[in-house]
Ligand binder design. Structure first.
Ligand code: SF4
Ligand code: SF4
Ligand code: FES
Length: 286
């Protein structure tokens, strides 16, 4: 039997956040320190346990002595750092980032947390008018498990990270093209079933905008029968193998309609394989 040694405790550094003294372990980011002090900062591209992509810029905060705003998700804390997480400059930057995204991307299905931040900053999705260029394109429906609707993609790269070397190690998707044409794609844009994808659905679980969606949810939304308010989430253990991944079964009208996994689980960190994520039909084959 193997044992896992606890990591060495890290020394603390002292900083100031919004006028309050805060301590955080060496190597923490400003975001870590703020979360430890129950100070909330919006994020879109940040994913716990993954090297920050620094792609979205909604987490920018003011740091004394720094000419520009700095990304809280990747800037490490240091002794004496003086951070302001919200003032007029920070709020107007966040509002602009959300409005620029909304000018070209369909943000109608962003997650509830993002909706709350957008409301808080008074984001006007129409600020840049209907003439703004958009990334509108047909939905990719290539199998029965999940769909890809890149008209809703904000290029946060979370799906690429979830498929990459710090998580799934499958490398089925990556960013393709440049500038406004950039998109997330399989190799040579081949159909998902022909690609390296193993259908773990871990990319779907981290997508904040509904660009990646399990097929059941997609079909039910189109039929007008998706009703999140009436769903219950039942926590259980995956029955397929001895790893024992935690499952969150989203149940509507006594049918499983989606399977997720808690990200704060210390072993599986929200990741599943195709069986745990999509192999539940036998339960409701009555
Ligand atoms: S389902 Fe899994 S393997 Fe396929 S693209 Fe998503 S993360 Fe990669
Ligand atoms: S598909 Fe979703 S997770 Fe992937 S980059 Fe686009 S918005 Fe982010
Ligand atoms: S969350 Fe920090 S740059 Fe996206």
């Amino acid at each position: 039997m193997t044992s896992t040694a606890l990591p060495e405790p890290r020394p603390l550094v002292d900083l100031t956040v919004d006028g309050t003294s805060v301590s955080a372990p060496v190597g923490s980011t400003i975001l870590d320190a703020c979360r430890g002090a129950a100070i909330d900062i919006p994020t879109l591209c940040y994913l716990d346990g993954i090297t920050p992509a620094n792609a979205c810029r909604v987490c920018m905060v003011e740091v004394e002595g720094s000419r520009t705003l700095v990304p809280a998700c990747s800037r490490e804390v240091s002794d004496g750092l003086n951070v302001v997480t919200e003032n007029d400059r920070v709020a107007s930057n966040r509002r602009l980032v959300f409005e620029l995204l909304a000018s070209s991307v369909d943000m109608s299905l962003v997650d509830d947390v993002t909706v709350r931040w957008m409301d808080r900053y008074g984001v006007d999705p129409q600020r840049f008018g209907p003439e703004a260029a958009t990334v509108d394109q047909p939905v990719k429906v290539q199998d029965d498990l999940y769909i890809r609707d890149y008209a809703k993609c904000i290029l946060c790269y979370k799906c690429v990270a979830a498929c990459g070397e710090e998580a799934q190690n499958t490398f089925a998707i990556s960013a393709a093209d440049r500038g406004f044409e950039s998109t997330i794609s399989t190799e040579f844009d081949i159909a998902l079933p022909e690609s390296a994808c193993v259908y773990c659905g871990n990319c779907v679980a981290v997508c904040p905008t509904g660009a990646l969606m399990v097929k059941t949810e997609y079909d039910m939304r189109r039929a007008g029968s998706w009703d999140e308010g009436s769903q219950t989430v039942v926590t259980t253990i995956c029955p397929y193998c001895g790893v024992g991944c935690n499952l969150e079964l989203h149940v509507q009208d006594n049918e499983i309609v989606k399977v997720m996994s808690p990200r704060d689980h210390p072993v599986t960190e929200g990741h599943l394989c195709i069986k745990g994520r999509f192999g539940y039909q036998h339960v409701q084959n009555r």
